[in-house]
Design a protein around this ligand. Structure first.
Ligand code: NI
Length: 129
């Protein structure tokens, strides 16, 4: 599956973004608020590599608990699929568990994403393109 981005958890999006820019990335999408997940999201690019910076906006964000485990770090890889339902079915049969069902991603043009978990893989995201 084609990789769309690597998701990078950050405690302070503005500060982490500045470090990505220092390392040669450019801003693809300015920081924006995702009300579905209560997070701020920005996209940066460096050549073929796209990184999504994700900052939990409040204690109530479903991603806030991850900060106590991961700090500033990559934590998911997002893959493109032309059919979310077909890919989900294949992955579930291969042992993945859906832990965040398909929902629109306001910061990716409203396209649907979902998150799955596998004990030997960790978190992956599917993006419908
Ligand atoms: Ni993502």
């Amino acid at each position: 599956m084609k990789v769309h981005h690597v998701g990078y958890l950050t405690k302070r999006l503005d500060k982490t973004l500045a470090e990505f820019l220092r390392l040669g990335y450019h801003t693809e999408k300015e920081a924006a608020y995702d009300s579905v997940r209560d997070v701020n999201i920005a996209f940066v690019q460096n050549g073929a590599y796209r990184v999504e910076l994700i900052e939990p906006a409040g204690e109530g964000s479903p991603l806030a608990p991850l900060l106590s485990r991961y700090k500033n770090t990559p934590y998911h890889i997002c893959y493109e699929t032309e059919d979310l339902e077909v890919s989900e079915k294949e992955l579930v049969e291969a042992g993945y568990t859906v832990f965040q069902p398909a929902a629109p991603a306001p910061c990716i043009d409203g396209r649907r994403v979902e998150f799955l978990l596998h004990r030997s893989m960790g978190i992956i995201e599917l993006l419908e393109v």
